[in-house]
Ligand binder design. Structure first.
Ligand code: C2E
Ligand code: CA
Ligand code: CA
Ligand code: CA
Length: 279
């Protein structure tokens, strides 16, 4: 740093404070967005490969800002995770999803499994279980239809505590899926200790199917391992018919991806369901 000229030092300081300002400003906007109802939950279908039926959806958060337009979750969720905002945000998502899920049941749609992403801080939060339980009771959304998505990183941060929390969630009837599988530093020895129902093959592996031999080998191995451990295996990021055919041949159970649909507002989501899905 000593070798840097005066000019570059002050530039550095300016850049730092800009970044801090940006963070504070974004956080303020996000708070306001929550209060003003500018957040929206979108739903991306999850399709059973054997039948082609939509059996559930992943809830994905969207923020529409009047000035900046659409802000992708990657730009504000990591920020929210740095403060207690993430708890507020996640509670809101869970509430929306539970209400929506209950509404679809009341409208006569066959039960859909709705998946909500859980961030690392939430699993550490001692009030998590109580809050989820209360929300399910209040909305009347069946726990059996709720799935929580966690990443390997979230589990490995404190495996003992994570296992305990997941067991409590399982007892409520909630299922757990392991998100972005293969991208984190997972230990297979630990994996078997968690009550996981679904293994999600990360889209970075799906992308190379069926040309990339390594991606094929990894996908094949994940499907075999998941099944051996009694789990459902879901492939993320399926964009082409060829990828789907390959996954079908592997015996992969469920897929999610642009081939079926991107995440869409609740109203559009039900239009994707077949008439048979209404009882
Ligand atoms: P994720 O949980 O891995 O979600 C999957 C991402 O892949 C989504 O991006 C989805 O729109 C995108 N995707 C789906 N199908 C395809 C495909 O065929 N091709 C490609 N290239 N991408 C596809 P999105 O919605 O931008 O979300 C990004 C991340 O933000 C999510 O990654 C998740 O980690 C986080 N996130 C989103 N909503 C929430 C939330 O409510 N709570 C928390 N804690 N995190 C969330
Ligand atoms: Ca996810
Ligand atoms: Ca994922
Ligand atoms: Ca490769």
């Amino acid at each position: 740093a000593k070798s840097l000229g005066r000019g570059s030092f002050s530039f550095y300081v300016k850049e730092l404070s800009d970044r801090a300002t940006h963070r504070v400003e974004m956080e303020m906007r996000l708070r306001r967005a929550i209060e003003m109802g500018q957040l929206e939950v979108f739903y991306q279908p999850q399709v059973e490969i054997a039948s082609g039926r939509i059996i559930g959806a992943e809830a994905l958060l969207r923020w529409r800002d009047d000035e900046r337009g659409y802000i992708p979750p990657d730009q504000f969720i990591p920020l929210a995770e740095q403060s207690e905002l993430i708890v507020k945000l996640s509670n809101w998502v869970l509430e929306q999803v539970s209400r929506q899920g209950r509404l679809w049941l009341d409208q006569g749609y066959a039960p859909l499994r709705l998946a909500v992403n859980l961030s690392p801080n939430q699993l550490r939060n001692a009030e998590l279980i109580q809050h989820i339980d209360t929300t399910l009771q209040a909305t009347g959304f069946p726990a059996e239809q709720l799935e929580l998505e966690l990443t390997e990183g979230t589990l490995m941060h404190d495996p003992e505590q994570a296992a305990e929390r997941l067991n409590q969630l399982r007892k409520l009837g909630i299922s757990i899926s392991l998100d972005d599988f293969g991208t984190g530093y997972s230990s297979l020895a630990y994996l078997k200790r968690f009550p996981l129902s679904v293994l999600k093959i990360d889209k970075s592996f799906t992308r190379g199917l069926p040309q990339d031999l390594e991606d094929c080998a990894i996908s094949r191995t994940v499907v075999a391992m998941g099944h051996a451990l009694g789990m459902t295996v879901l492939a993320e990021g399926v964009e082409t018919q060829e990828q789907l055919e390959y996954l079908r041949d592997l015996g992969c159970d469920v897929y999610q991806g642009y081939l079926c649909s991107p995440a869409v507002p609740a109203k559009q989501f039900v239009e994707l369901l077949s008439p048979n899905d209404k009882r």
